[in-house]
Design a binder for this molecule. Sequence first.
Ligand SMILES: Nc1ncnc2c1ncn2[C@@H]1O[C@H](COP(=O)(O)OP(=O)(O)O)[C@@H](O)[C@H]1O
Ligand SMILES: [Mg+2]
Length: 482
Amino acid sequence: MDVGAGLPGFSIVGLPDAAVQEARERVRVAISNSGYKFPTKKVIVNLAPANLRKEGPAFDLPIALAVLAASGVVPEERLEGMGVVGELSLDGGLRGVRGALSMAEGAKREGLEALVLPEQNAPEAASIGGPGVYGVRSLAEAVDFIAGEKEVAPSSPAANSRETAEEPVDDFADVAGQRYAKRALEVTAAGGHNILMNGPPGSGKTMLARRLPGILPPLTREESIEVTKVHSAAGEGGGALVERRPFRAPHHTISTSGLAGGGSNPRPGEVSLAHHGVLFLDEFPEFNRATLEVLRQPMEDGQVTISRVAATLTYPARFTLVCSMNPCPCGYSGDRRRACRCSAGQIERYQSRISGPLLDRIDLFVDVPRLTREELRGSPDAAETSGEIRARVVAAREVQLARGGVPNAALAGRKLRATCALGGNAEILFSRAIDRMGLSGRAHDRVLRVARTIADLAGEEDIAVEHVAEALNYRRAVTVEG
Ligand SMILES: Nc1ncnc2c1ncn2[C@@H]1O[C@H](COP(=O)(O)OP(=O)(O)O)[C@@H](O)[C@H]1O
Ligand SMILES: [Mg+2]
């Protein structure tokens, strides 16, 4: 920031993007509309560091305050130790920004004492318990506050309205039969494993997946903050701390950047909005194959990297993948009573729309067959409720967090070996299966993690032979190992 002699002018340097250039005009107009004089000197604002691309309009308020500090309206020393963000409208009012929670974290990391930002973002920023957060409505209010002429009460975290208003969730008790699929979804929820449901149309795959949110364990506090940060960066969530595990179900027409994130003003994609929650891809083979490939990195690393012209961006993306598919284009291949109309070539082409490497990252393959008449007409009271299932899931997740600090799906390396040691018959069964099924190294680890979760659900400290057997069964149930 520099105000000096020379021709009057106002420029911003430091590789600004188009939005920052527009900021120049907004700042100029907003300053005069707020009743201050724009300095009639040469003003140069230098955004550092120059090699980082500056994006978005959140720089308006800091630029305006820097200009006013240089011309003596704002005491410069008061800006010390203070973080400022906000977009200005032409009348000098402040508009909300995306990503307030991450900015608050940055301010905390930098050891700043105060953060001044638009009023509507203040509760969100306050939720991490970092520096004092002050919400203001306009440039004039920011100036008065910083100059010490007006008091602004520090914001407190947003109360979560969703928590108190218990919205009704669809219940597993509504689903007739499909015990095998329900059990697999319980394992999925408990350990965070990826699952693919395969079956003819109308067998209840979508219905089952939609009931998963009702049995997921609660978010831990750290998870909750991470999730809120991502949603805030995407401009979603309305400021309150996210308390429920995300459940994202994008349509199969979604674009690659919609799924992975990106765009000219980059925002997190569905893989990141599903962080610590579920990404449900219904009718999996209908998704564009190239689009699906972007799942590979997050499914391995729990994060996604987006390459941009000037830099790369990384968003967290540790989700549980839940997908459904028909076994063939007509949907009836393998059905007990209805003839499939597809040729072998059609079936192969259909199944090959999902690449082998993607299938290798799925932990549980589950057949969801068409219900028999008896199952359809059976007493619905026989089915367990979501509440009963969830109680087991929550207990199993608590065991995992107490043991390794992470859900079983995230176990890796030494932690994996230490917590998933096998003995006796379990070891013998597993060793044989590795040869017989030709398990890849990745598949090997995935079976172990699932076996660990099954043992946790049973309340067992050691993984026993029946836990390994069930885990292996989930890998073999479907013959789409293309
Ligand atoms: N197992 C089931 N129990 C109760 N109703 C079912 C079941 N399976 C299917 N239905 C009924 O059929 C409808 C279609 O099921 P859906 O989950 O969309 O099937 P899919 O996704 O496998 O094609 C459901 O909305 C529900 O009314
Ligand atoms: Mg469906």
